[in-house]
Design a protein around this ligand. Structure first.
Ligand SMILES: [Zn+2]
Length: 237
């Protein structure tokens, strides 16, 4: 059984629409890079009430109930504008908001494409999102290369985005005729004063003909919320 937050899909869809319009028309003058898109989506999701459903019934439900209610859609749009005004004018130190630079692949031929990997980290004592520390994505203990320099690894947690981190691993070449491969990623969270946490995710991936370089919020692998505690304390204490 999988539990989904209907609002997540709904908000992502509206963010994609509004960013696509801005990319074409350039009316607001806001940054439309991937990092800003994610920051805006997180800003909104941290401010709307989640609506959980069991995923098997999800589709029917979300089409009927999702953002059909006009007022709710209007609220989301207004939150997007509010969040966008904030993130667009306070660029992160670590991201240079390279809008025009399209990611490139130096490889021709079949590749393993990875989804973006997204999660949130909280202080286990207060349930407050963590606003400092670093999150890394590793395979076999080594840092995974990101698709382009707009994506950080290690990811530096910043207060404004509510403990959210996100990675986009660079596609890896597959040999001709190679089949499904299992990848195990380690998400390692290090925050001063709290015990380091490692969370493992496995993905079975089949090679695809070309590298996917177009960013979409819809291809996000969401990992469960992670809680950090001071050294020596566990969730059972
Ligand atoms: Zn940006």
């Amino acid at each position: 059984m999988e539990i989904r937050n209907v609002m997540e899909d709904a908000v992502k869809t509206v963010v994609e629409e509004i960013f696509a319009t801005e990319e074409k028309e350039r009316r607001m003058g806001y940054c439309t890079c991937d990092q800003c898109r994610l920051d805006v989506a997180c800003y909104v999701l941290n401010r709307v009430k989640p609506e959980y459903i069991v995923s098997s019934r999800g589709l029917a439900y979300s089409e009927k109930e999702g953002l059909d209610k006009v007022q709710r859609r209007a609220d989301v749009i207004s939150l997007i504008q509010e969040g966008w005004a904030k993130v667009s004018h306070t660029p992160r130190d670590t991201s240079d908001h390279l809008v025009s630079k399209a990611p490139s692949s130096d490889h021709d031929g079949p590749v393993y494409n990875f989804p973006t990997v997204m999660g949130r980290v909280f202080d286990g004592r207060t349930f407050a999102p963590l606003g400092e520390g670093v999150v890394r994505i590793l395979v076999g203990g080594a840092e995974v290369e990101m698709l382009d320099p707009n994506w950080q690894n290690p990811f530096v947690l910043a207060g404004a985005t509510g403990g959210t981190f996100i990675f986009w691993p660079k596609p890896l070449p597959a040999k001709e005729g190679e089949g499904e491969r299992k990848y195990t990623f380690e998400i390692k969270v290090e925050v001063p004063g709290l015990e380091t946490l490692s969370h493992y995710i496995e993905m079975d991936l089949s090679p695809e003909r070309t590298a996917r370089l177009d960013f979409s919020l819809q291809r996000v692998h969401k990992i469960p919320d992670l809680y950090l505690f001071p050294a020596g304390q566990s969730e059972d204490d």
